[in-house]
Design a protein around this ligand. Structure first.
Ligand code: PHB
Length: 390
């Protein structure tokens, strides 16, 4: 009697433990660490990417080998020391299979050594300096590169009789790339950069540089500024009368960012830029994306950052399906060579460089149905990063 009782009690404990353990194991999620600037100067980048990743997860609800995929969002306020610390914690404590996000180049660069040491794939969804993919063999990029956009707009300028240009860029990685690749290409084809101006990444004041532009009186001003600074720049460009002085504004698409474009006013009309994504891109896949994104976010229009995030989470999830939930080199290899239709058009993750290959569109700001839009009118197809062919 006593023995039977004990056995029953033991069984009860085992069963109870089993019941407790089984669901815990089954529910053990595959974690992705998403580090974004949700506050501070680059907060619009964080807001856009976070919204796009949430949309992808809601649309796809990925479960791989019985394990749910979970995204852990961390706000680094675009402070590279914080990015690095958060990446370290996500790898060591949360055991993430992938790191993702990276609103600015210094944040991506600060994290690259952690990706290498821990063999954790790191998907760059926003930052766009060419050299980031060379900072670690575990970096994969779904944003774009500044050399892609700068070369595409330089070629358009060359073909459209623009010979004398002043350049203005943000004084760090992507700006230095933009300045160099724009100048190299336009001079190769007989143009000239009369003056090269720079503004700081943090808290730029455009008044002094715009005065210099006015004095130099170029045919066009070429501009790269990081996402979020375009509207303030446009305002000052108009206030100083540069639009009326017949100086044409051209640039990379970061300055006519869809996040802000609709509120920029008439000064933005006619501005020609090159970029990989416009919310006005005409394709059924993009229409679907834009509609769903707006519906989920109070009418917010997705910008190029959102698409970098949407494609980036897709590359990770599809990679995890192929690696059967394994991280490390297996996941990295499953990301290389992915080819898919993005809202931007066709995207390839180059198997050699791990960088994004996509169409670079030339666009002009026009009023369409009462809204300002980047209207695409030309494209360089399947463009690789010109920064990699050195
Ligand atoms: C970058 O820091 O690499 C960066 C940030 C914003 C952009 C483009 C590049 O719009």
């Amino acid at each position: 009697m006593h023995k039977r009782h004990l056995l029953r009690a033991t069984l009860a404990v085992l069963v109870a433990q089993g019941f407790a353990l089984a669901p815990a194991l089954a529910a053990d999620p595959l974690k992705i660490g998403l580090i974004l600037p949700m506050t501070g100067q680059q907060a619009s980048t964080g807001r856009q990417i976070d919204a796009a990743v949430k949309l992808y997860m809601a649309q796809n609800n990925p479960v791989i080998g019985g394990r749910k995929v979970e995204v852990i969002v961390k706000d680094d306020a675009s402070t590279p020391d914080q990015t690095r610390r958060m990446a370290q914690e996500l790898v060591v404590n949360d055991k993430v299979v992938a790191l993702a996000g990276f609103g600015i180049t210094p944040s991506a660069m600060a994290t690259a050594p952690i990706a290498t040491q821990s063999k954790t794939p790191m998907v760059v969804m926003a930052a766009a300096t060419s050299a980031i993919t060379e900072a670690s063999p575990f970096v994969v990029r779904t944003s774009f590169t500044l050399p892609q956009a700068a070369v595409a707009i330089a070629e358009w300028a060359n073909k459209n009789g623009i010979k004398k240009v002043v350049s203005l860029v943000s004084d760090y990685g992507p700006g230095i790339d933009a300045e160099k690749y724009f100048a190299d290409r336009i001079t190769l084809n007989g143009g000239q950069v009369m003056e090269k101006l720079r503004t700081p990444l943090r808290g730029p004041d455009f008044a002094p540089v715009l005065q210099k532009v006015r004095d130099a009186s170029p045919q066009a001003l070429f501009v790269f500024l990081p996402s979020g600074q375009g509207a303030a720049f446009m305002k000052q460009f108009a206030e100083r009368g540069l639009d009326k002085a017949g100086i044409r504004l051209i640039g990379t698409g970061d300055i006519t960012d869809d996040d802000q474009l609709n509120d920029m006013g008439d000064v933005a009309l006619g501005v020609v830029t090159a970029h990989h994504y416009a919310a006005a891109h005409k394709s059924p896949a993009n229409q679907k994306f834009v509609d769903a994104f707006k519906k989920a976010n109070n009418g917010m229009r997705p910008n190029f950052m959102a698409v970098g995030g949407y494609d980036g989470i897709r590359v990770i999830v599809e990679g995890l399906k192929a690696s059967k939930g394994e991280g490390g080199e297996k996941l990295l290899n499953a990301m290389k060579g992915q080819l898919f239709e993005s809202p931007r058009g066709q995207v390839l993750i180059d198997g050699q460089t791990r960088d994004v290959v996509h169409d670079m569109y030339v666009r002009k700001v026009e009023r369409v149905g009462g809204e300002l839009q980047n209207v695409e009118f030309d494209a360089i197809k399947a463009m690789k990063d010109p920064g990699k062919s050195k």
